[in-house]
Design a protein around this ligand. Sequence first.
Ligand SMILES: [Zn+2]
Length: 223
Amino acid sequence: MLADKTLEISESADAKAEAKRQFENARSAQWFKVVVDALRAMAGSGGNCMWCSSNESSHVEHYRPKSTFPQLSMAWENYLWACSICNSTYKKDQFPDGAEQLINPVDEPVWDFFYIDDVGLLTARFDVATGALDRRALSTLQVVKLGRDDVAARRRSQMKQLKTSAADTLARAQSGQIDKVEVLQRMSDWRQNALQPDVSSFFLDGPGKNESPFRELFEWLNA
Ligand SMILES: [Zn+2]
């Protein structure tokens, strides 16, 4: 169905208007619910925003805006699941290209571009090749305002909670109160965090694994 619509757009004399019309129609169409459900399912158990991890997401977002890329208006690979703040308030039709092209949170390994610092702030990585902060990460932070106060506060609070839980789990594991099965179960629960899953992704499956107390917890598991 999406491919049919894309063909109609590419054959239209006014692709931009046709792209807008097709997407508006799709949003109220029964068949498009399947697309929406599949996209939401990709956003984890909380259906979180693929940009800011907010669990109040409800928008099919176009990674490349349909105004400048009408032929991608109905293309599955161009869709992201996003909250209204990221989609409608900040990103809108912006799409800096070239060296400042936005990171695609689905197709690219986000932790190659970002990290979460000691105080829980999402930050651009230092790019050794250029000797400066990664430009695409900086551009993404700026365009989608990923460091905005409410998101930053939630991320900081989730990081504190996760570190406390991990330290507690490590202490119990080391003293023999809980076994490996219990530790793995707890980690699985942390990954399901519906509020700010990027935090658990960074510390359990990203570069944060090397930070204390996660490093010690993984060492204990692998011993
Ligand atoms: Zn968002």
